[in-house]
Design a protein around this ligand. Sequence first.
Ligand SMILES: [Cu+2]
Length: 466
Amino acid sequence: MNITRRHWFRWLGAGSLLPLAMLADRAAAQAQASHAMPAEPPPGPKPAAGGRGYTPVRTLNGWTLPYRRVGGVKEFHLVAEEVEHEFAPGSRAKCWGYNGTTPGPTIEAVEGDRVRILVTNRLPEHTTIHWHGILLPSGMDGVGGLSQPHIGPGETYAYEFTLRQHGTHMYHPHADEMVQLAVGMMGMFVIHPRGGEPSRIDRDYCFLLHNWALHPGTYRPDPAIMQEFDLWTFNSKVFPAIEPLVARAGERVRIRIGNLSMWNHPIHLHGVQFQVTGSDGGRWPRSQWRPEVTEIVGVGQTRDLEFVAVPGDWALHCHMSHHTMNAMGHQLPSPLGVKQRDLEASIRKMLPDYMAMGEGGMAEHQEHTDSGHMQGPENTLPMMGGRGPFGNLEMGGMFTVVKVRDDLAPGDYRDPGWYANPRGQLAGRISEDADFGSPARRGPALQASPRPESTPVDHSKMNHGT
Ligand SMILES: [Cu+2]
């Protein structure tokens, strides 16, 4: 079945702005489950070459590649291969990645290390790996045809070099790049400073920004798409399936972000002013740090954000509002303010499943998808989802929560649940009258918008899936 967005919109009801939707209840429930990470022992600092230790990075929804010591060399083994990937419950795809996942596992090492990276190609076409931002001999740079022959299907190549820098780096193919990046081939390469950190980092998170065109009803990302993407991801996951970033109040947190997508992303963090402290160029001199609340991570760039954690549940998201949505319809007429409710009953005589939506805004979309009666095409996520302690979050895509608590053990990354606001620190209702108070205003007050009355819907009789 291959339903385009347009077809699906027609199928649901002419002219209504109905974003793609399905099974949000299930998604929300399973996202809760996926947030509940299993307990694991705190990863204590590991000895660095300089003997001062470092805090291992925590790859959001991902993992770090183990290595073995062969003589004085740290030997890693990456396998380029097809993988089964789930963006969030309800949306799966056949992607390409490394060692069973997209993104591939994070490679983590220390400045001064000699590393050997074996790369086995289990793809149906040739590939290479470029070590993005890493200083190395030209023949190790991984540009197929330029710096080396391509790695053919079934072949294994060995890269070997000494790490002469520290910082937040990435790896990705430099062969048939448009396709291989579009279907998920990428990973992070973190190099800790040889002499340790000037100020201790207690939690060191990392993730990659990416975008995908997974058309409704299909199971392979479309590499030909350049702008109209359906899915915007942190480490190939969309909200509400992205793990929270957990910290104890007062801890120094670093978030390392790399971008191998097709857009620049202004990444915004609530609750603190973070310092931008580094990039592929390593940790910047302190005189170059700058306080921000939003940092654009450009395509092909990495950025390190650091802050001291403050108690609360704080949103961390891209500020392009379409990038915090999942599959949604574009190029549709806006229904905002269009009185469709009166028409709904008469249209239902011809199209029993017709639902008028969007007259007073799109927030009701999540209610319809969460209740389960509105289902989209196969293998498509609802535009918005996720539930918090006070209701629907109405988010998707590049969104997650930084959860800071006073009482976490060091190295405990388990989801602590929702924040309990101290007394007197929670916004609350003081009136239900739209004409309340005497606010300063320029121009006459228009009539307050009533909450649109919906035609009563018998959910038991609705079945959009058939
Ligand atoms: Cu964005």
